[in-house]
Design a protein around this ligand. Structure first.
Ligand code: UDX
Length: 436
């Protein structure tokens, strides 16, 4: 099937490469000429496992092309909208200017019978607002939200755990759903449920899913606050809760909380839209979810300060991690970097290391010290704080090896990912978050 993907960021670049890998003929469009040139050369503009292999295969096969010209999207049967919807400056709502610009640019190239499939995360009601403009061309607008996780984006795109398509209640809507069913045939044959809904429900599914995940993480982090006061261990609590199949262990990882380009902004945009709909109180709890989450960063900083006797000024602190999570070089709203920046603000001599995100971190926060190699960051540190649970820190770093490098055996485990007993046995002062 001929497809276009408008917007080649995390979502669009992966979607384009994944669709080409299952046999479609795909053109990716982006306004950023540098990004388009890199993608056309088979180079991923960001770190994402498997993406580069897929880009190279797709480009070499001729099934995957990239362009800065929206006109090159003409002739595709499906046009996926995959542009960003950041938080507006000075507010909590989603900024839809890139969605509107993409639609404006696409309109002159649409033909009757084409399908425009929105993938971007948008406030409910956006598709209804865009529909009249697109319908004028004879094309149909559907909403097909993505649920991909960074670090697993290729897998989540090719083998999603469900596909959701919101369609208008018209025969064109039914035809569009059938076309998308064909587009995703391999995933459907492999068992992925294909759910057809109205447009508003499809838009809501994405916001609700992210709100639920964020709530689950903040729930366990709220329990961490209680556990800390009560002298309990939140990781054991999470294990015990997780065995209840109604609850499940996933997204009960406690620590410095969630960040990234999606969860924080999406729960705020969701709440802002609920306010506009006059139902703000229905999601008032999301303010608490956000608040609990942000408090975790304060708590991690406080643990380092306390561990160093109340003053970090001039003390060397090794910060292990900068990305908002492992297997990513994404530092957008990264709690890891936030902790580093705050410690630096208190006068600590901060040295940050990360296997993938160092370049992005250094560009955004030139005031921090950086060490490309983990051991260089650890050397002579008065305290170590682990803020992104990369395997290099969680599994491969032993307390003995770390102990041979540092000046002081003090570790704050901001992701509750280390074996506290093993570190203590090796003579470390270990501080988890909500752990005894
Ligand atoms: C998320 C959703 O998972 C995805 O479905 C949606 O499409 C986009 O937003 P992503 O931002 O890639 O994906 O990251 P995710 O793996 O969900 O993690 C988000 C944040 O939560 C990270 O900072 C992570 O460290 C944190 N997290 C996750 C926890 O603190 N505890 C957990 O148990 C899980």
């Amino acid at each position: 099937m001929r497809m276009s993907v408008i917007g080649c960021g995390y979502l669009g670049a992966v979607h384009a490469a994944a669709m080409a890998s299952i046999g479609h003929d795909v053109i990716g469009i982006d306004v950023d000429a540098g990004k388009v040139a890199a993608l056309a050369d088979g180079v991923a503009p960001f770190f994402e496992p498997q993406l580069e292999e897929l880009l190279q295969e797709g480009v070499a096969s001729g099934r995957l092309r990239f362009s800065t010209e929206t006109a090159d999207a003409a002739g595709a049967a499906v046009h996926f909208l995959a542009v960003g919807t950041p938080q507006v400056a000075g507010g909590h709502a989603a900024d839809l200017r890139f969605v509107d610009a993409a639609v404006d640019a696409l309109l002159p190239h649409l033909r009757a019978g084409d399908v425009v499939a929105g993938k971007s995360t948008v406030p409910v009601g956006t598709a209804a607002r865009l529909t009249p403009r697109i319908a004028q061309t004879g094309a149909a607008l559907v909403w097909n939200p993505e649920f991909l996780r960074e670090g697993w984006a290729v897998h989540d795109t090719i083998m999603p755990d469900r596909l959701v398509v919101g369609i208008p209640q018209t025969s064109a809507g039914e035809e569009a759903a059938a076309l998308l069913r064909d587009a995703y045939a391999p995933a459907i044959e492999a068992g992925a449920p294909f759910l057809v809904t109205d447009l508003a429900t499809a838009e809501l599914v994405k916001g609700a899913a992210n709100a639920f995940l964020a709530t689950k993480i903040s729930f366990i982090n709220a329990m961490a606050e209680i556990a800390e006061a009560a002298g309990a261990d939140v990781t054991l609590l999470a294990d015990a809760l997780g065995h209840d199949t109604r609850i499940g262990r996933r997204y009960l990882g406690s620590g410095i909380g969630f960040g990234g380009g999606c969860l924080p902004k999406d729960i705020r945009a969701f709440a802002a839209r609920a306010e506009e709909l006059g139902r703000g109180e229905a999601v008032g709890f999301l303010r608490e979810v956000d608040g609990i989450n942000l408090r975790r960063r304060d708590r991690a900083v406080q643990l380092v300060v306390d561990a160093l006797g109340g003053l970090v000024f001039g003390r060397r602190v090794a910060v292990l991690g900068a990305a908002f999570k492992p297997f990513s070089d994404d530092i957008r709203d990264s709690p890891a970097l936030d902790v580093a920046v705050r410690l630096r603000g208190l006068g600590a001599d901060v040295v940050v290391t990360d296997p993938a995100a160092l370049e992005n971190a250094a560009a955004a926060h030139p005031q921090l010290g950086y060490a490309p190699h983990r051991d260089d960051a650890l050397r002579d540190a008065d305290a170590v704080v682990i803020v992104t649970e990369w395997d290099q820190y969680r599994r491969e770093l032993t307390p003995q090896h770390a102990g041979s490098l540092v000046a002081g055996r003090v570790i704050v485990d901001g992701r509750n990912c280390l074996d506290a007993a093993a570190w203590r046995a090796a003579g470390w002062q270990y501080h988890g978050m909500g752990r005894r």
